[in-house]
Design a protein around this ligand. Sequence first.
Ligand SMILES: Nc1nc2c(ncn2[C@@H]2O[C@H](COP(=O)(O)OP(=O)(O)OP(=O)(O)O)[C@@H](O)[C@H]2O)c(=O)[nH]1
Ligand SMILES: [Mg+2]
Length: 206
Amino acid sequence: MGWMHTARFLTTAPKLEFLPALDVPEVAFVGRSNAGKSTCINTLTQQKRLAFASKTPGRTQSINLFSLGKQGVTDAVLADLPGYGYAAVPKQDKIRWQQVMANYLVTRENLKAVVLLCDPRLGLTELDEILLEVIRPRVEEGLKFLLLLTKADKLTRAEAQKALSIARLQCGGGEARLFSALKKQGVDDVALLLHQWTHPEETSPP
Ligand SMILES: Nc1nc2c(ncn2[C@@H]2O[C@H](COP(=O)(O)OP(=O)(O)OP(=O)(O)O)[C@@H](O)[C@H]2O)c(=O)[nH]1
Ligand SMILES: [Mg+2]
């Protein structure tokens, strides 16, 4: 979808207080380290190195914002958040980060949707469950939620369908989808969903 391909780097914030206040809808990509958040953003936006993806877990350490919108007019932003749960990160840093994360999810005013990326071979981890608890009150107030099962190319068709059925039960009234950056599976579907969520007043995509 053309709209997604307009993505451009906006800013990076090592701490929450450095994030600019924005009045356009924001979509946050969250999930454990290595789940495929940065790769997902790059795939959706069709840009190889917009978000920094890496084989080394814990690559994304700040909140990175990307603007979307045609003719240079920003009408939504994507937020790539650092992953959690990576064992080699010192405990103190982990706790600090979880607080930043929870704070972001609870207080970010223009937050319109959360995409929780999950490797279906691992399933939801304890930290994913905590995150779900943290956002639940906001989801009840209208925050959109997508549980995105990444690296679907690693599963057989039957395994993928089973993982999707489980995800549908776990997403608490939100959406659940399969995604593969490698096979470009789910790309158009997710782009459409995010467009609809950030442009609720429009009935069809541009
Ligand atoms: N096979 C396969 N590998 C993928 C896919 N998406 C991501 N990966 C790989 O998974 C690894 C981690 O991807 P990232 O996008 O850096 O993960 P992240 O969630 O941003 O990680 P952090 O920044 O550490 O939180 C990389 O080696 C990617 O190439 C996919 O759809 N299929
Ligand atoms: Mg990343």
